[in-house]
Design a protein around this ligand. Sequence first.
Ligand SMILES: Cc1ncc(COP(=O)(O)O)c(C=O)c1O
Length: 393
Amino acid sequence: MHKQIYLDYAATTYVREEVIDAMVPYMKEIYGNPSSIHSFGQKAKQAMADAREQIADVLRAKPKEIYFTSGGTESDNWAIRGLASANAKKGKHIITSSIEHPAIMNACKQLAKQGYSVTYLDVDEFGTVDLKQLEGALTDETILVSIMYANNEIGTIEPIKEIGRIVKENSPAVFHVDAVQAVAAVNIDLSELSDVDAMSFSAHKFYGPKGVGGLFVRMGTRIDPLLFGGSQERKKRATTENVTGIVGAAKALTLAAAEREQEQKRVIELRDHLIKRVLGEFDNVRLNGHPTQRLPNNANFSFDFIEGEGLLLRMDQKGVAASTGSACSTASLEPSHVLLAIGLPHETAHGSYRITIGADTTKEDIDYTVDSLQAVVTTLRNLSPLYNPNKKG
Ligand SMILES: Cc1ncc(COP(=O)(O)O)c(C=O)c1O
C-alpha cells in the first residue's frame, strides 16, 4: 500500500514538534493555576501574558484585545451572542452570509428564536458576498454583522476591508469576522482593518493544539460574557485557563507568521499544479470557489456523475485523506449549504471533493493524488447510469 497522504489540513493539522516542546513544561512543571498568587501560579500567569502578547503582535492588535477561548466554535458563539446582547438596546437585527460555518449559522438561528431578525446575504458563483445586498440590508437597527474571512469549504477570501467600510458607513453595527481558516494562512493586520471589531481564531488550524483559540475584541467594543463564574480573562470568560494550550497556540502562530511568506509561495505552487492537472485532465469537473481570491492551500472540485462520499472512501483506500465539503457536515447526507449557495445543483454539490494542502505535502503527493483520482473517478463514473463518456462537459 502507498504511504498515507493527509490532504485535509482545513479540517485540522498535526501539532508541530516545536509547539509540543513549548507546551510540555506547562503540563509537568509549571502547572499552577494562573489565578493563584504563589510562584507556581504566577509563572503560569506570566506564560499566558507572554502568549497574549505574541498573538497580539502577529495580528497587530493590543494584548488586552485578545481573549482566549476553547476554539473557533466558542469564539464564534461568544461573538454572536455576546455582541448581540451587549447591543440589544439599539436594535435586534443581525446580518451574516449564507456560507458561514455552522458555529455562526446555528448561533444566529438560536438568536432568531429569541426575537432577533437575521439576514443571510447571498454570495455569487465564486462565493463572494453580495456587497450591494449588504448595503441595502443595513439599517439603524442593525447591531451586528458577521462575515467570514475565508470559507472553510471552497476557500474563497471575502473582501473584509470593503465589507467593514460598508458596515460602518451605513449602520451602527459592530463587525465580527470568523477568521478561523485565515489566521496564519494569510497576513491579517488588525491595525489596518480598523472596521473589524471582533475576530475568531483557532489553534488547531495552524499546527497548534485542539481545544484552544481566541477572540479578538477591539478596545471600546462592548461584549457580554458567554461563561459566568470566576474573574478570568478580565471577567469576560470564566474557567481556569488552558495554559498549556494557550502557550502552544502562541508558539504555533509565531512560527507560522515567521515562515508565512515562504510557505505560502510553496503551497500556492502545489495548489495551482493540482488545479491545473485536474481541470486539464478530467471532463465534467469544476473548481469551486474563487479562481484567485482563495486560500493558498484550498482546492475544491465537483466531479459530475459521482458521489463525494464514494470518492472520499475509495481515495482513502488508496491512502489519500481529503474531505467532501467540510468535516463537520460529512455525517450528513444533505449537500453542503455552501455549495448550494454558490448555485450548484444538488447532483453537482454531491460530487464535491476538497483537498487542502499543508506543511508536509510534496509535489509527489499531489501527483499521486491526481493519478489516483483518475482511477477512482473512472471507476465510479462507469458505475453511474447517467455518465456518457462521449459527452464531455
Ligand atoms: C470557518 C470556521 N469557523 C469555525 C470553525 C470551528 O472551529 P473549532 O473546530 O476550533 O471549534 C471552523 C472549523 O472547521 C471553521 O473552519
